[in-house]
Design a protein around this ligand. Structure first.
Ligand SMILES: Nc1nc2c(ncn2[C@@H]2O[C@H](COP(=O)(O)OP(=O)(O)OP(=O)(O)O)[C@@H](O)[C@H]2O)c(=O)[nH]1
Ligand SMILES: [Mg+2]
Length: 432
């Protein structure tokens, strides 16, 4: 248990009806008793007058969560005071006087992980819960907080520990003829896990896109109406619109809630050959943006005779300016950003595309962070390498499995392979 007692404002800063201040650590109980006169029964809200020798601070709701059944796993006290600045400051002063110090960023969650109350993916889910802007993000974060990802990764880890145990058996009993069977079984297990990890990773970044916002790029020739489109989607004049071709040069990114999904839309410079160095850089950035986006919309002027648009494979082709007499209907979506005709159809279509990318009927929870993806990629490397070990060298195979276990363990923060092995071996009976 950590020696220091920490405190922090758990609610948002600023004026509010109520402010929640949390205290965690070995001093939490004595601090609570000192301020409110006595300890209160565990996990029950009580109204108390908070006092220091210098005078009364506030009338507050206080709660007491003795270790280990608290958020951090330590003794925790909570004070719900009135949400004014002066009250908060006086309470903070009193807490500091009683030996607590202000918490650093994430320190409560960190202590929760250190005391085994949460694994790392659940701690990350708390950050996602707080940041969630859309219902879909909230669903994903809640699921991760419930431990869905931790269960998945811990499940693979447990399977791998089983395979490793068999490989160890193959090493220990190689003279008894037991070894070969054990080794073959371990290899079969590893193959299954490889397939499962690959399926989990091969998801078009679904979970990450849901968390960070699906990236959507609007590209097309100059003057097609790309900036008009981003403005229509955002319902405000975010980008400059003009009849001068080459108006937009920088990539302009906006965060939008599209049908309950967070989307990062980018308006880009019109694509054309140009001798203007600044515009050429804009074109380069536009193409780079398209290359790193999850969805690419190609917007064109439907009054201009059709030509091929080389080098770009859009997910959706849109023809703009249907209000003009010269407009020709072609494959793709027709609309007028001037009259608004076809705009609601486009938004419906876009929302469906975004939903299709982000949602799945799959029961498996989605990969949500690059950190997890990197660790899984390392685990996969080691597992594939393990399969190249010759049958008479199970120790090479075992070593790769250890590396894979460590990589997966880093995701959840539970890295103690040896400890796990001990527990497995304790009831691992091979008939000796
Ligand atoms: N008639 C008509 N004009 C439109 C429509 N949409 C956009 N425009 C006009 O077309 C011109 C170019 O629009 P923008 O949105 O600036 O086009 P852009 O694709 O961003 O152009 P660049 O930034 O230069 O690449 C402006 O004068 C708009 O008012 C439309 O549906 N109908
Ligand atoms: Mg523009």
């Amino acid at each position: 248990m950590s020696g220091e007692t920490i405190y922090a404002l758990a609610s948002a800063p600023g004026r509010a009806g109520v402010a929640v201040v949390r205290v965690s650590g070995p001093g939490a109980g004595s601090i609570l008793a000192a301020l409110s006169g006595a300890l209160v029964p565990p996990r029950t809200a009580r109204l108390r007058i908070l006092r220091t020798p210098a005078g009364e601070i506030d009338r507050a709701l206080v709660l007491w969560f003795p270790a280990p059944a608290s958020f951090t796993g330590e003794d925790v006290a909570e004070f719900h005071v009135h949400g004014g600045r002066a009250i908060r400051e006086r309470l903070f002063d009193a807490l500091a006087e009683l030996g607590a110090r202000p918490a650093g960023p994430g320190e409560f969650s960190r202590r929760a992980v250190e005391h085994g109350r949460l694994d790392l993916t659940q701690a990350e889910a708390i950050a996602d819960l707080v940041d969630a802007e859309t219902p879909a993000q909230l669903r994903q974060a809640l699921r991760q907080y419930d431990g869905a990802l931790a269960d998945l990764y811990e499940g693979w880890r447990a399977d791998l520990v089983g395979a490793l145990a068999r490989a160890e058996a193959a090493i220990d009993f190689s003279d008894d003829g037991v070894g070969e069977g054990e080794f073959a079984a371990a290899r079969a297990r590893v193959l299954e896990i490889i397939v499962a990890i690959q399926a989990h990773m091969d998801d078009q970044r679904r979970g990450e896109a849901l968390r960070e916002g699906l990236k959507l790029a609007i590209i097309g020739p100059p003057n097609a109406g790309k900036s008009s489109l981003i403005n229509a989607l955002a319902r405000r004049e975010a980008a400059i619109v003009s009849d001068i071709p080459g108006t937009t040069r920088d990539v302009i990114e906006l965060r939008l809630n599209l049908g309950g999904y967070l989307v990062q839309v980018a308006d880009t410079a019109g694509l054309r050959d140009t001798r203007d160095a600044v515009e050429a850089e804009g074109v380069r950035r536009a193409l780079a943006q398209a290359g790193t986006s999850d969805l690419v919309l190609l917007l064109r002027d439907g009054t201009i005779p059709y030509t091929d648009f080389p080098g770009v494979m859009p997910d959706l082709l849109i023809w703009n300016k249907s209000d003009l007499p010269g407009f020709q209907k072609r494959d793709g979506i027709s609309l007028s950003l001037k009259s608004g005709e076809g705009l609601s159809d486009l938004i419906a279509r876009l929302t469906a595309m975004v939903a299709e990318r982000l949602e799945t009927q799959d029961q498996m929870p989605a990969l949500t962070r690059p950190r997890h993806r990197e660790a899984l990629a390392q685990a996969l490397d080691s597992l594939r390498h393990a399969l190249t070990a010759p049958p008479d060298q199970p120790e090479l195979f075992a070593e790769d499995l250890r590396l894979a276990l460590r990589a997966i363990g880093r995701i959840t923060g539970r890295v103690d392979v040896e400890e796990l092995l001990d527990s497995v071996f304790r009831d691992f009976c091979i008939g000796k």
